[in-house]
Design a protein around this ligand. Structure first.
Ligand SMILES: *Cc1c(COP(=O)(O)O)cnc(C)c1O
Length: 457
């Protein structure tokens, strides 16, 4: 007998994943290694350990262990806000009049308001275990900084956040949430670092950039005793931690005998999508199932759909290693787009390689369409979605409408990465009809491509 599918499928504590899944272990052609920009040789464990925590470096370089144990202390923290609910979007299905079955995994059920806490807590744990005093990082829109502040306060670590100056000024409430959790928040560029002072001298009125904030955070980490730098997306270790999203989803779906036909997620650096698809992609790579998977990116920052697959710098300041990825060039500056978390110029090496092998697809969507989908979703499902997450909603709705036309009863799964409470200025612009859709021309993109280093391998 078929079980009735509830609105929300929860897991019991016993059913929660005990191990993360490392997609790279299932890949035949592995993602290309990070390179040292000075020598153009693969980054060694020793080189990476001057910047990152030792255990995290081991995870970063591990492309053979399929499952990695989640330490008990991290599982204990996960229990406070996980499992994240897997919701059957009955109301949305009804509103669309579609025969499709729509499910979403909601990661906004914690104070940071996004999936970023899943990796923040893991990174803080390993920093504490190593006996460090604290960590440094950058934040743009503020979700990562908030998640890391929460994780650091839990483990009693000092947390220094360099927040892009314009966000620091425009999102004072995000800043105060971080300070509530004890983080030290500095607008970037600042005069605390050589990099910051140099930039301030050259461009006195600058409102900062993510690239500059990264350079400042790295400088402070490597020059302060007992500190390391941590990053909230792009790296393989982050995808590993985020596999908790997909593992919970798969367990919940298996309980009811549900198989998604298509899996959809927004892609900035690629961590939530990499995490959501992890166990499904592992089955696909083993030839067991053939799921369709779609990465959704903003048309204003189209790294997968219009970028080049090449070695590039991970940051504008060019202090980080080179990664082979789909990239728009580290100097590419996307037009003002309200999905701050999707404005990164590149894409994690693992998803880049999977996309390159044709194992997943990508679509670019325009922001007014995204906000229309966000509003439609909010009105029937109740949750106020983050602009980033709404990219996935948009494509999920498109797919459901296609099913209405063809009569196919496909099962659609998408990742709802977070809530949009701090993005009300964006919603305001949308409601007032002031939102624009800027799509870069080929000439705009060429400027970014011109800055990609010429690496011969
Ligand atoms: C950061 C963020 C993203 C994008 O980052 P990924 O690494 O691509 O997952 C998406 N949604 C929300 C809510 C975010 O905070």
């Amino acid at each position: 007998m078929k079980k009735q599918i509830p609105y929300k499928i929860y897991l019991s504590e016993k059913e929660l994943p005990k191990k993360w899944l490392n997609i790279r272990a299932f890949m035949g052609n592995k993602p290309a290694p990070l390179l040292n920009p000075a020598t153009q040789k693969p980054m060694t464990e020793a080189e990476l350990s001057t910047v990152f925590c030792s255990e995290l470096v081991r995870q970063e370089l591990d492309e053979t262990t399929p499952y990695i144990e989640i330490p008990q202390k991290i599982r204990d923290f996960y229990k406070m806000y996980r499992p994240a609910p897997l919701v059957r979007a009955y109301c949305l299905e009804k509103a669309l009049g579609t025969p499709a079955k729509i499910y979403y995994k909601f990661e906004g059920n914690n104070t940071s308001g996004s999936h970023k806490l899943n990796s923040a807590i893991a990174q803080a744990y390993y920093a504490k275990k190593q006996g460090l005093k604290g960590v440094t990082t950058e934040t743009g829109a503020g979700q990562w900084g908030t998640a890391l502040s929460m994780a650091c306060s839990y483990f009693g670590l000092d947390c220094k956040v360099f927040m892009v100056k314009c966000s620091y000024e425009q999102k004072p409430f995000r800043r105060e949430v971080m300070r509530t959790y004890g983080a030290n928040v500095t607008p970037s560029p600042s005069n605390l670092t050589n990099v910051g002072r140099k930039i301030l001298e050259e461009f006195p009125g600058t409102t900062g950039s993510l690239g500059c904030a990264i350079s400042e955070a790295v400088e402070v980490a490597v020059s302060s005793y007992g500190y390391r730098y941590v990053l909230g997306s792009v790296l393989n270790q982050v995808l590993l931690h985020q596999s908790i999203i997909g593992l919970e989803t798969k367990t919940a779906m298996d309980k009811y005998g549900i198989k998604p036909d298509v899996i959809i997620g927004c892609a900035g650096g690629g961590s939530n999508l990499g995490g959501l698809i992890a166990p499904f992609m592992a089955e696909k790579l083993q030839g067991k199932e053939n799921y369709q998977m779609i990465a959704v990116e903003p048309a204003s920052c189209p790294s997968l759909t219009r970028g080049k697959y090449a070695y590039d710098f991970c940051d504008t300041g060019k202090v980080c290693p080179l990664a082979k990825m789909y990239t728009l060039g580290s100097g590419f500056i996307p037009s003002a787009n309200h999905a701050g978390g999707l404005r990164y110029h590149g894409m994690t090496t693992t998803l880049s390689e999977l996309y390159h092998q044709g194992l997943m697809e990508a679509r670019a969507v325009e922001q007014t369409e995204v906000f229309k989908a966000a509003e439609q979703f909010a009105r029937v499902e109740g949750i106020l979605p983050a602009p980033e997450s709404s990219h996935a909603i948009k494509v999920a709705i498109d797919e459901a409408i296609k099913c209405k036309e063809t009569g196919e009863e496909r099962t659609i799964l998408f990742g709802l990465t977070g809530t949009g409470y701090f993005d009300m200025v964006a919603y305001e612009n949308f409601h007032d009809g002031k939102m624009t859709d800027y799509i870069p021309t080929d000439a705009d993109l060429q400027k970014g491509f011109d800055g990609i280093p010429k690496i011969n391998l």
